[in-house]
Design a protein around this ligand. Structure first.
Ligand code: ADP
Ligand code: MG
Length: 239
């Protein structure tokens, strides 16, 4: 996956991302970390085309992120699962495949089961979101995102609403996806997951990239900001 930020700034009432420039080539999984309010979700939303940057140019795999065609094909997984509550996990996926991708019901069903199986949900396919665990529902959201065959999957704190056991379960499932040929850009506070899954880390501090590099920067920060952050971030267990 290729990610290019060229003088990216973004404002709501005030400017929250300040003149970011960065070019990344050939990474599979880029993690964005930082304190609450540092601009992680804003950057992720811009990279995924959900939000249009106030200034600058952003390209992912050479697609301008403001391009409508790009926006239509990305996968996004939010903090809370975004499944339709009245539909089974299976129907949550087949409906989208039929309505947005023109699959026949048979094709949609086969493809949905393939991705439910990949996320270890084959035996939960006929349950509605309220009848599965939060971790299973979140894995269902991931299965749905992947079934649409996006080039890049964006995940914004996919486990922050889950308890430690379910967090472990979901992060393990994500780790297994590392080599399926998709790019991943994610925000997570679980640093040992970030270290295990990401091959590039961006540390945001007050809307600026304070440090970036291989995940080894987590063990050996060179900036005071990242060193302070690593000392404060809770040591959530993963593996
Ligand atoms: P993070 O994900 O790192 O917690 P965000 O990107 O959500 O940070 O927020 C960065 C800053 O932008 C914060 O000061 C936040 O209050 C502000 N912000 C985020 N979304 C909006 C919005 N829709 N309207 C106004 N301000 C926002
Ligand atoms: Mg956020």
């Amino acid at each position: 996956m290729k990610v290019e930020l060229e003088r990216l700034s973004h404002s709501y009432d005030v400017e929250v991302l300040h003149d970011l420039s960065l070019t990344l080539n050939d990474y599979k999984a880029v993690a964005i970390i930082g304190m609450s309010g540092s601009g992680k979700s804003t950057l992720l939303r811009i990279l995924s085309g959900l939000e249009r940057p106030s200034a600058g140019t952003v390209r992912v795999n050479n697609h301008d992120v403001t391009n409508a065609e790009y926006r239509k094909q990305v996968g996004f997984v939010f903090q809370h699962h975004s499944l339709f509550p009245h539909l089974t996990l299976l129907r949550n996926i087949t409906l989208v495949l039929e309505k947005t991708r023109g699959y026949t019901p048979e094709e949609a069903s086969a493809r949905a089961m393939e991705f439910l199986d990949l996320l270890h949900l084959g035996d939960q396919a006929h349950k509605r979101p309220r009848n599965v665990s939060g971790g299973q529902a979140q894995r269902g959201s991931i299965a749905r995102a992947l079934s649409l065959d996006p080039e890049v999957v964006f995940l914004d704190e996919p486990t922050s609403a889950l308890d430690p056991i379910l967090t472990f379960e979901v992060l393990s499932a994500i780790t297994e996806l590392r080599n399926i040929g998709k790019g991943f850009v994610l925000v997570s506070h679980v640093m040992n997951f970030v270290a295990a899954f990401a091959d590039y880390v961006i540390y945001l501090h007050q809307g600026r990239i304070a440090e970036h590099g291989a995940p080894t920067i987590l063990d050996n920060p060179s900036s005071r900001e990242l060193r302070d952050f690593m000392a404060r971030v809770p040591d959530l267990s993963f593996r």
